[in-house]
Design a protein around this ligand. Structure first.
Ligand SMILES: [Zn+2]
Length: 634
């Protein structure tokens, strides 16, 4: 993945735009008053699915998250890239100073040295006997302990510092790695007398530790504090060992404890990972989604387990209280989980463990029982409905009202009308409130702006690569074949949604010579240009002109389709506000003497129809014409 793609994968355009513009949900999209021109009714649309924005009013343009920031801040692509990279937590390779890179390497190395030493102590040292007994008591065998490099940190304030000091690590490096901390008694070891779980990132680098107390020291679990390489909301324990299993099984399983993960892997369930004492975060879902779309959350049956994800704000408060571990953790609530499912096409299910048992116990007692638990995982909404039904006394009006209060907000993010209708029906049966009334309540909640809470923005798990391919293909053709210049100059920049492509097109339009194009591009886009130039074009020069025409047509159609979709959403919203019959009457009478919003809606209707006709005309032409195979390969 290039840096540009990485940034796009990590950021949600809805969040970025939502910082500057008051967005309102409208079908699968969001709408707002255009920030780039003055208008009274919203014609600015943000699509979470496509990760694009569009103004259908005076601007008549749109693009991706980069072009929004460029326009909004009045900055060049390079600067927008740096801003968004910062926000996404992506370090731009060329930009990371060698010194910083060296420090990161030292942190990985210090953590690894500590992990190996702790491991040696666990399996060999007399002082670790209690820790080793605990490991064995939990049914972990020696090969597994070795594979996970379980360890023991000596019950001393300075042993780790001294050992690593002898290995050539400076105190400042150990502080940066989080192995030492500075407290009232000066600089000392962070982990003392604990069972150590080294935490590795996806690539297997040692980023930090989880540490379990062996007596009643508090906290029971202590993690490495946030460091330059350790960010517990953005990683998953054992993902380095699990990603192959996840891909093979087509499913990942998330548990809460390190021991649960280890027990699962020992029994061959190698698609299991754990969060690190926090609720599931959006970034973690993204990490998992790269391997497989199916994600199962395995939760304890007792209240603490099954409500962990519900009490998002409490988790954050706890994180703040921890003192040494001061950070906020982005938390996904139940509504958040529903939204992932909705917007990202992630299949998120909840598996409930037998009462009073954690995954480790279930797996050890009977691996088949574990298989069954995972296989019986329920879709998040089904699970919440069942939980609510069992928690509230549905024979009493008060209980039914509480159930509605609990479940209704969960239906807000569901944009698929069929799915929503299904759950509204269920809620209606359960609460004895009429469906229409519930439906009105959802709409009221949405309108009253609750849908605008920060956590409501749909996550950007979409992949825009596929849609961007015709853009890249077209550019590759222009860059390769000089005789296409005239046709290329006529391609409007607006047809390109990817800022990187738009920049290359603009540079090429100014001067076609490759080295001049390269010279005029910002540093960050040179790699992108390189890829376009090296695109494998499997077609002769004689067919290139036709291919350009086809690409352009394809891009135009994509544009029209986006417009049509956006207008349909705007019209639907307008209809809901004004009433369908008012609009029909107004349209019939030419909207003469009608109120301003009605007039605008009629104009919108007309434009919607025109767009539909244009789109239709294009499609008809396509059917009539021969279907020349264009080879797109890159
Ligand atoms: Zn505009």
């Amino acid at each position: 993945m290039s840096e540009i793609e990485e940034i796009k994968a990590r950021l949600d355009i809805v969040d970025v735009v939502g910082q500057h513009v008051q967005l309102q949900r409208s079908g699968r999209s969001f709408k707002a008053l255009c920030p780039f021109h003055t208008e009274k009714t919203a014609s600015f649309i943000v699509s979470p699915d496509r990760q694009s924005w569009h103004c259908f009013g005076a601007c008549g343009t749109g693009g991706d998250v980069f072009s929004f920031v460029m326009r909004r801040e009045g900055i060049e692509f390079g600067e927008a890239l740096r801003m968004l990279a910062d926000r996404a937590g992506v370090t731009l390779a060329e930009r990371r100073p060698p010194e910083e890179e060296r420090q990161r390497e030292r942190t990985f190395a210090a953590n690894e040295a500590a992990a190996r030493w702790y491991h040696e102590l666990l399996v060999e040292s007399e002082s670790a006997s209690q820790a080793w007994e605990y490991v064995q008591g939990r049914g972990i065998d020696r090969p597994t302990a070795e594979a996970f490099l379980l360890g023991y940190s000596p019950a001393s304030w300075e042993a780790t510092g001294e050992h690593l000091g002898q290995r050539g690590y400076a105190q400042s490096e150990l502080l940066a790695a989080g192995l030492l901390v500075e407290g009232e008694r000066g600089v000392h070891d962070r982990f003392r007398g604990r069972l150590m779980f080294p935490i590795r990132d996806r690539r297997g680098r040692f980023v930090g530790f989880g540490a379990r107390a062996l007596d009643d020291s508090m906290p029971k679990y202590l993690n490495t504090a946030q460091t330059a390489v350790f960010d517990k909301g953005g990683m998953l324990y054992a993902l380095d060992r699990a990603h192959e299993g996840i891909r093979r099984e087509g499913c990942s399983v998330i548990v809460e404890g390190y021991m649960d993960v280890i027990a699962a892997h020992q029994r061959g369930f190698d698609n299991v990972v754990a969060t690190m004492g926090t609720s599931l975060t959006e970034r973690q879902v993204r990490l998992l989604k790269r391997q497989a779309r199916n994600i199962v959350l395995a939760l304890d049956a007792d209240a603490a387990g099954s409500e962990a994800a519900l009490r998002g704000h409490e988790v954050v408060e706890e994180a703040l209280r921890e003192g040494a571990d001061r950070e906020t953790v982005p938390v996904v609530t139940w509504r958040g989980l529903v939204r992932y499912q909705d917007a990202a096409a992630v299949d998120l299910r909840v598996a409930i463990l037998p009462s009073g048992r954690d995954p480790d116990e279930v797996i050890r007692a009977d691996p088949d029982a574990w298989r069954q638990v995972i296989a019986s995982a329920r879709p998040v909404l089904d699970y919440r409905f069942e939980a609510a039904a069992s928690r509230h006394d549905l024979s009493a009006p008060q209980g039914r009202s509480e159930a509605v209060q609990e479940l209704l907000p969960l239906l807000e993010p569901v944009s698929d009308p069929v799915v929503r209708a299904h759950y509204l029906q269920r809620l209606s049966r359960l609460s004895l409130v009429k469906e229409e009334e519930l439906s009105r309540m959802v709409r009221r909640r949405r309108r009253s702006g609750r849908a605008g809470e920060p956590e409501t923005a749909a996550p950007s798990l979409g992949d825009t690569r596929g849609e961007a391919r015709p853009e890249g293909f077209l550019l590759a053709l222009l860059l390769r074949f000089p005789h296409l210049r005239e046709a290329g100059l006529e391609v409007p920049a607006e047809l390109f949604w990817e800022s990187a492509n738009r920049e290359v097109l603009a540079a090429w339009k100014r001067v076609p010579e490759l080295d001049v194009v390269k010279e005029s591009l910002p540093e960050e886009l040179k790699g992108h240009l390189e890829r376009l130039v090296n695109w494998r074009l499997l077609l002769p020069a004689s067919e290139a002109a036709e291919a350009v025409a086809k690409c352009r047509e394809g891009l135009e159609k994509r544009q029209l389709r986006a417009e049509k979709q956006a207008m349909a959403a705007l019209l639907a919203a307008r209809e809901e506000e004004l009433g369908a019959s008012t609009l029909v009457e107004a349209a019939a009478s030419g909207a003469e003497g009608a109120e301003e919003p009605v007039k605008e809606a009629v104009v919108l209707q007309r434009r919607d129809m025109e767009t539909g006709l244009r789109l239709h005309a294009g499609e008809r032409k396509e059917e009539d014409g021969e279907t020349a195979e264009t080879v797109i390969d890159g």
